[in-house]
Design a protein around this ligand. Structure first.
Ligand code: GDP
Ligand code: MG
Length: 395
C-alpha cells in the first residue's frame, strides 16, 4: 500500500524553490524544474514562488501541502451594501521594453494632469496622476478621468498584486515602431494576460524614419496572440509619437472606451481598502505612501492598517494625517480607482502592501498584532529553511 504523502505546513509568502526543496526534503533541481515549467517567470532557485505555484509544484511532486495562515483576509469582509454601485476611474499601468518610450509617454500625458501646472507640490513623491480621458476641458467638473501609475514597468505592475487582487484595470503596452516586439514586450504581455488585465497597444516612435507599425502588429499577433483591430482583432492599437504628442488624444479615447467596456464599479459605503504602490520620503511631509483605493473611501483622520508580504511585518498601522495629490493639495476624500499620497504613518510602507480602514486605533493595533504573530511563525519556518539550505550547500 502506498504511503500517504507527508503533510507540509508552509508559510504562504516568501518561499523560494530552494527553500521549498529543503523543507520538503526533495532535490532542489526537481522543485525548480517543476516551478519553471509551470511558470516561466521563475528565474532561478531563489525566485520567490506564489502560493498558487507552490500548490501546483507540490501536487506534481506528490507532496501534501497546507498553508499556515500568514495574512489576514483584509478585503474579504467588505460586504457589498445594497446601495447602488458607483462608476469608478480606471487605473492604468504603462509597460513595455526598455527604451521604447514608457517614461516619455507618461511625461507627455502628465502635461494634462489637473494638478501638475500648479507649483510648490510634492510632485516627486506621489507616484500617480490623473488625466481627463473624455476629451473634455480639464476644468470640467464632470470630466472622466483615468489614474496613471507613474512608475512604468514590470516591478510596479507586480507590486500592485496582493492576494490575487490587482490594482491595475488596464495596461498600455508600449512598443517602439522602429524596434518592434522585444523580450520585455512579450514578458509584459504575458504578465497582463496572466493577471487577466486587458491591454491597449501604443505603437510609439511613429515619427522615426524606420517606423513600421504594421510590422509590429504582425509581431504582436505572432508572439503574443495580441490581435489588433487593424488586423481584424479586438485589441485597440494606436500609432503614437510620445515625443511629438501625436495621437495622444486617440490613445486616451481608447482608454476611455476600454474602461467603459469594463464597466468599473465601486461601492463607496464598503470598508475602505486598497494597495500601496510605493512610498517615498518627503522633506516636508515625512513618509508619503502612494496608495490606490479599491473599495470604500479614504478620509483624513481614519485609522488604517497595512499588511505587507515583503517585509513580513505586522506593525504598520496609524492614523491618516492627510491625503494629498501630486500637487500637495489636501483631499477630503479619496474614492475607488483614485491614487493619493497617504501621510501620517511613521515608517515607509513596502510596495504591494494591502491596507484597510479600521474603526479606531485599538482595532488597528489588534489587527496589526495578529499579523505580526502570523508573520513571526512564517519567519521561523523561513529561517529554518535557510539554515537547511546552508547545510545542503556545505555537503
Ligand atoms: P523607457 O525606457 O521605455 O522609459 O523609454 P524612454 O521614455 O526613456 O525613451 C527612450 C528614448 O526614446 C529616449 O531617448 C526618448 O527621447 C526616445 N523617445 C521616446 N519616445 C519617442 C518618440 O515618440 N519618438 C522618438 N523619435 N523618440 C522617442
Ligand atoms: Mg523609463
Amino acid at each position: 500500500r502506498a504511503i500517504p504523502p507527508r503533510k507540509l505546513v508552509l508559510p504562504e509568502l516568501g518561499l523560494s524553490s530552494k527553500q521549498l526543496a529543503v523543507l520538503a526534503n526533495v532535490r532542489d533541481d526537481l522543485v525548480f524544474k517543476s516551478a519553471k515549467e509551470l511558470d516561466e517567470s521563475t528565474r532561478n532557485s531563489a525566485t520567490v514562488l506564489t502560493p498558487a505555484l507552490i500548490e501546483l509544484v507540490c501536487e506534481e511532486l506528490n507532496l501534501n501541502v497546507e498553508f499556515s495562515p500568514q495574512t489576514l483576509p483584509l478585503l474579504q469582509d467588505n460586504q457589498l451594501s445594497k446601495d447602488p454601485l458607483h462608476p469608478r476611474m480606471p487605473v492604468v499601468t504603462v509597460m513595455g521594453h526598455v527604451d521604447h518610450g514608457k517614461t516619455s509617454l507618461l511625461d507627455a500625458l502628465r502635461k494634462s494632469d489637473v494638478a501638475d501646472h500648479e507649483v510648490g507640490g510634492i510632485t516627486q513623491n506621489v507616484a500617480a496622476f490623473r488625466v481627463p480621458i473624455d476629451g473634455n476641458n480639464r476644468e470640467e467638473a464632470h470630466s472622466k478621468f483615468a489614474t496613471f501609475i507613474d512608475t512604468p514597468g514590470h516591478a510596479a505592475f507586480k507590486s500592485m498584486r496582493a492576494n490575487g487582487t490587482i490594482a491595475t484595470d488596464l495596461v498600455v503596452l508600449v512598443v517602439a515602431a522602429d524596434d518592434g516586439v522585444m523580450p520585455q514586450t512579450v514578458e509584459a504581455g504575458n504578465l497582463a494576460r496572466a493577471a487577466n488585465v486587458p491591454v491597449i497597444v501604443a505603437i510609439n516612435k511613429c515619427d522615426m524614419p524606420g517606423a513600421d507599425p504594421e510590422r509590429v502588429r504582425y509581431q504582436l499577433l505572432e508572439s503574443l496572440g495580441i490581435n489588433t483591430e487593424q488586423l481584424g482583432g479586438d485589441v485597440q492599437c494606436v500609432d503614437i509619437s510620445a515625443k511629438n504628442g501625436t495621437n495622444l488624444p486617440q490613445l486616451l479615447e481608447a482608454i476611455s472606451l476600454q474602461a467603459e467596456m469594463l464597466d468599473l464599479k465601486s461601492d463607496p459605503s464598503a470598508r475602505g481598502a486598497g494597495i500601496c504602490l510605493e512610498s517615498r520620503l518627503d522633506r516636508a511631509f515625512g513618509s508619503v505612501a502612494t496608495v490606490v483605493v479599491r473599495s470604500g473611501i479614504l478620509k483624513p483622520g481614519q485609522h488604517v492598517v497595512f499588511q505587507s508580504p515583503k517585509a513580513l511585518r505586522g506593525d504598520l498601522f496609524g492614523r491618516i494625517r492627510s491625503l494629498v495629490d501630486r500637487n500637495g493639495t489636501q483631499l477630503d476624500v479619496v474614492e475607488p480607482g483614485v491614487a493619493a499620497g497617504l501621510i501620517g504613518l511613521r515608517d515607509p510602507i513596502p510596495p504591494g502592501a494591502e491596507f484597510c480602514v479600521e474603526v479606531n486605533e485599538k482595532a488597528a493595533r489588534a489587527k496589526s498584532q495578529e499579523m505580526l504573530a502570523r508573520n513571526v511563525e512564517a519567519t521561523v519556518t523561513i529561517e529554518l529553511a535557510n539554515s537547511l539550505c546552508a547545510e545542503r550547500e556545505e555537503k
